[in-house]
Design a protein around this ligand. Structure first.
Ligand code: COA
Length: 416
């Protein structure tokens, strides 16, 4: 089955997580992604947090599937020559080096444009061009702090908290992939490439837009009724950390189920959606609340919302999280068990859909990865193992016209 991005050649100058997540997605959808790595070392994640000595770490294998690997020292003249040839015949160059690194290598946007006017150069940086922090190098948690996620995550009596979700890294990569596809679409009509830039701060903020909504509401009315601080607590002039409160119009909280004393994930998330109030009361056996003016509207419930959650926890105490959800789903109540990574890894539905994929790797055997979260009716996404360091160096050089003697000399001089 052919893939929509077949024929698109991508020079993948990315490392760690933000850039690799982007190019991996494009590789899944058919692009020829050539990962360019420093000879001898490669992407730092190959050796970070290794679980098997001497074998590429899961950090690398889970972010670089379906790619080819070319080792190339782009600071050596011969390396620059090879990169120049590659640029001339590629469609996209993706990078997430520290600020200015590509320019220092001699490959400014102006130069790349001269070499190939159709080239799309896509970059991830911590902060956007012209930002007062544009010179900063940035990792995930730095971005979460700069993008408004940390100040609004956690509990009111605790410090700013980062999320385990890669809001700064993989999320930025997904934004970049959208930018690249948009630029490719534009090139179809103009024939011209362009620069696509995404900052980690902006990508985090894009996911925190409801918190900027809340800041403006707070400025105007002085309180936020869906936060646990309302109505009994106090608000300052900044959006507080809301714990596990639902971010929208319906209150919700993480509630204890049977076994919570020993199992750290024996909880469900329970949402009190307004129109589901009657079914909730029926599910809990509290039918008297349905028409009670003290309970029947969201406004009436607000000042006793934690007492209501307490009643629900009482109902949950002899039910596992799975049993509870099986009952509540019959009443059309939005809820979910809090799933551990162990449970997710074994989840038959996630396996069947390909969201959890078991992949072969030449040196580590099989491993689990997260497959495409995007499903297509006319395309099956096959996840392949990640490449070994330099596995495709010779074949890429041959395709650029280098003879086996030239290639041997380039290896000898440690250019590749
Ligand atoms: N051949 C020769 N040199 C290479 C090379 C290659 N194939 N690949 C990279 N390099 C060089 C770069 O040219 C750069 O050299 P210079 O600084 O002397 O000009 C050097 O390696 C270091 O690159 P840099 O990206 O700055 O690495 P770092 O380890 O110091 O910083 C980050 C890592 C992630 C903090 C930084 O890359 C960054 O801020 N990136 C942008 C934001 C981002 O993506 N963050 C990570 C999200 S997971």
């Amino acid at each position: 089955m052919s893939k929509p991005l077949e024929g698109i050649k991508i020079i993948d100058f990315t490392h760690v997580q933000a850039g690799p997540a982007c190019t991996q997605l494009l590789a899944w959808f058919g692009a020829d992604v050539i990962k360019v790595e420093r000879p001898g070392a490669g992407d730092v994640t190959r050796s970070q947090l290794r679980d098997i000595p001497g074998v590429d770490a899961l950090y690398f294998t889970m972010l670089n599937s379906n790619k080819r690997s070319l080792t190339l020292d782009t600071k050596k003249p011969e390396g620059k020559e090879i990169l120049t040839k590659l640029i001339k015949e590629s469609d996209v160059l993706v990078e997430n080096f520290g600020p200015g690194a590509l320019d220092r290598m001699g490959f400014t946007w102006e130069h790349i444009k001269e070499l190939n006017p159709g080239m799309i150069v896509a970059s991830v940086k911590g902060f956007s061009d012209g930002h007062h922090y544009e010179d900063l190098k940035v990792y995930e948690n730095v971005a979460q702090c700069a993008g408004g996620a940390a100040s609004t995550t956690g509990f009111d009596d605790g410090p700013p908290t980062v999320s385990a979700a890669a809001l700064g890294d993989s999320n930025t990569g997904m934004h970049l992939a959208i930018g690249i596809l948009t630029a490719l679409r534009a090139r179809d009509t103009t024939g011209k490439g362009q620069k696509v830039a995404v900052s980690m701060q902006d990508s985090v903020l894009n996911l925190c837009r409801v918190k900027l909504r809340d800041q403006q509401r707070l400025d105007r009315v002085g309180y936020l009724e869906e936060y646990p601080q309302y109505p009994h607590g106090t608000f300052s002039d900044v959006v507080p950390r809301g714990g596990n409160a639902g971010g929208g119009g319906q209150p919700g909280w993480v509630l204890k189920c049977k076994g919570w004393e020993t199992d750290p994930n024996a909880y469900i998330y329970f949402t009190i959606q307004g129109h589901a109030w009657a079914p909730i009361c029926k599910a809990l056996g509290k039918e008297e609340w349905i028409d009670d003016p003290a309970y029947m509207t969201a406004g009436a419930r607000q000042d006793k919302i934690f007492a209501i959650f307490g009643t629900i926890e009482d109902w949950l105490k002899d039910k596992t999280k799975f049993e509870a959800v099986d009952i509540l789903r019959k009443f059309d109540i939005p809820c979910s068990p809090v799933l551990s990574m162990k449970e997710i890894a074994a989840d038959p539905s996630l396996r069947a859909s390909g969201t959890i994929a078991e992949v072969e790797h030449k040196e580590r055997g099989t491993y689990l990865t997260v497959g495409s979260p995007i499903k297509f009716s006319d395309m099956k996404v096959d996840i392949k193992g990640s490449p070994l360091l330099g596995e495709h160096t010779d074949e890429v050089l041959e395709s650029l016209g280098y003879s086996s003697k030239d290639i041997a000399a380039l290896h000898e001089k440690q250019v590749v």
